[in-house]
Design a protein around this ligand. Structure first.
Ligand code: G3H
Ligand code: ZN
Length: 273
């Protein structure tokens, strides 16, 4: 799904699943747009549920029933055991995030996970040049060095690389400014598809520019949670007597589905630089 997109100069949307409703909404949105999509479950979401199996199995079932190709991906795993579990459950891909470690240790830990995953036919994304905001503290200043990224890719054998180019996780406003020249330089030096994390901070135009300059897998979580929660708030505020969770969660699900379809319309077409 990601390699052909990189070859064709367009993007793939990778959206985070926390509740079952996210998975349903993302798939419905992708079906409306008529394009493939990635459902991703982060280590934080696993922690919230107390384990990967319940939400992972649900996402796999939603993916199997979809009318478009849907990948199920483990996002920001820092524990090898969690990667092993994802492989066992049937996930097609994982992101192993050792970006907090010094370069050589990141290489060592990532190589170990790549061996484990490739032996099972599972695709691996890693991260170099830590994208900020994972701890809630915005740090859009980190940047990935293109030469270091090329070396990291060659030494680890990863299938895709998450790079720091100006975004930061969990931004509530779409005001991030991306280093487009750096994206173009990374595109030239790194032989595998590039992944943009923290994409909720990027406006529609910035997302299109990021894809045009060479980003392929575009990770979006917070922006969809905002759409979900806004719709739930509106419904609850309008009806103080409402108790059926399906009514307000259904509104949240519809809002996410519409936004996913809209975003995929921007991400999955080739943009000219
Ligand atoms: O891995 C997931 C993403 O990088 C999502 O970040 O919540 O800022 O969109 P975001
Ligand atoms: Zn991320």
């Amino acid at each position: 799904m990601v390699a052909p997109a990189a070859g064709g100069g367009f993007g793939v949307g990778a959206f985070n699943v926390i509740q079952l409703e996210h998975a349903e909404a993302i798939v419905t949105g992708a079906e409306a747009a008529g394009v493939p999509v990635i459902l991703q479950i982060s280590e934080n979401a696993v922690r919230y549920h107390g384990g990967l199996a319940p939400i992972g199995t649900a996402a796999l079932a939603v993916a199997r029933a979809a009318g478009v190709p849907v990948a199920v991906h483990l996002d920001h795993a820092t524990e090898r055991a969690l990667v092993e579990e994802a492989v066992r459950l049937g996930f097609g891909s994982v992101m192993f995030d050792a970006s907090v470690l010094p370069y050589e240790e990141n290489v060592r830990a990532t190589v170990d996970v790549v061996r484990l995953c490739h032996a099972a036919g599972v695709w691996v994304e890693a991260e170099l040049g830590e994208v900020g905001g994972k701890d809630g503290v915005h740090a859009p200043g980190a940047r990935t060095d293109p030469a270091e990224a090329a070396g990291f890719t060659a030494r680890t054998g990863v299938d895709a690389l998450a790079v720091a180019v100006g975004t930061s996780h969990a931004m509530l406003t779409r005001t991030a400014s991306l280093d487009l020249d750096l994206i173009a330089a990374l595109r030239t030096t790194v032989p595998v598809p590039l992944v943009l994390h923290g994409s909720s901070g990027a406006s529609d135009d910035t997302l299109a520019a990021a894809v045009a300059h060479g980003m392929t897998k575009i990770n979006i979580a917070t922006h969809l949670n905002k759409a979900f929660t806004t719709a739930v708030r509106v419904r609850l505020a309008a009806d103080a007597a409402l108790v059926d969770t399906r009514a307000y969660l259904g509104d949240g699900r519809d809002a996410v589905s519409e936004e996913v379809a809209r975003l995929l319309g921007i991400l999955t077409v080739p943009h000219l630089v």
